[in-house]
Design a protein around this ligand. Sequence first.
Ligand SMILES: *Cc1c(COP(=O)(O)O)cnc(C)c1O
Length: 426
Amino acid sequence: MNVDKYAPESLMMSYGYKPELSEGAVKPPIFQTSTFVFKTAEEGKAFFEVAYGLRKQSFDEEPGLIYSRINNPNLEILENRLCLWDKAADCAVFESGMSAISTVLLEFLSPGDLLLYSSPVYGGTDHFIHHFLPKIGIDAIGFNSDQSYEEIVAMVEQSGKADKLAMIYVETPANPTNDIIDISSCRKVADIFSTKNREVKVAVDNTYMGPLWSHPLQLGADIVIYSATKYIGGHSDLIAGAVLGSDEIIKRVKVLRTFLGNMPSPHTCWLLLRSLETLKVRMEQQMKNARKVASFLNRHPKVEKVYYLGLIEPESKNYDLYKRQYNAPGAMISFDIQGGEKAAFQFLNNLKLFKLAVSLGSTEGLAQHPASMTHAGVDPEDKIRLGITGKMIRLSIGIEYVEDIIGDVEQALAKVACLAEVLEEG
Ligand SMILES: *Cc1c(COP(=O)(O)O)cnc(C)c1O
């Protein structure tokens, strides 16, 4: 199939799968098997030589199926299809977003290295950076969206470990504030500190905006990471992750995956293949709904501030960056409600259509309270600095009929006591 001729959404139903190898089944069956039969001992030997890098694969040779920790048709079809959205050379899928992230950090960082990361990052990532990496001698310094390129370079230089910088890890837009980090500028920082023998890698967690609305590899990133639990899975029924990049990078990631054994099951991959067929229609509908919900919230008297990329004003300093990095504003909205945590909880407890749950990117709307839920573990001072306060609510917009979504938000806001009443009750 000619990949360049068709858009990714046209290839999601068929790419990488040959019905004639599966009794003509129009969809890939679940290859629920742990191991694969070799035709001959010679074939088994040849498969292992390629898998273990003992000899170079010949041009027309496909890697043979050996054992489901190393490869499996459901894994491979999924990886091939995920490559299309980001125009990546290769992909490795994982049993969770966190296993994708931790495997990348373990593979590309060594004891003594320095990691530069954008702050805030996903809670699990933050924990791994601050509680696991120091145990193996890896230091990390954080930067945020307010800092300029010059300030970030100066910070690395002043750390005394500039020659040990190995990776810049970026999560953008930041959760839950939707602050944007400039990926191209991170590439420039990486290039400044790269030497001939030591190339500083730029890794981007694109869970919030990918794989549809942002393509970090085209903005200078080396590695793109997903929690496929979110938009890619899109139905709140599985946990999975993915890493994309060049052949060389993904080869290293896959070797470590083989030995950590953190690949997804054939069934999870099969579910993800089903999800990918509707990825674009789901995400587009979520984004269209989100635009309308954000503009409703923005006009509501009980709402103090709305954090949504679609509300960035053309005059503001981030507008050019927003346009350069994203082709749509996404479907994640945070907002501050008048009346603090008490009002926020009243709102959340009164939602009827939205589910009160963490996670995001699913077909159903989800609402949560970052300060006490997803970001409960963040240092209290950092929370204040980042603007994650008791009055903040995060919404992941689903594909329900938009008037029903807005109606639910409206009725829940109506149940929130007005500011004067909240203050009176203390
Ligand atoms: C959910 C999430 C993760 C972790 O993914 P899991 O699939 O839950 O392991 C990482 N990064 C971001 C931005 C996320 O939203």
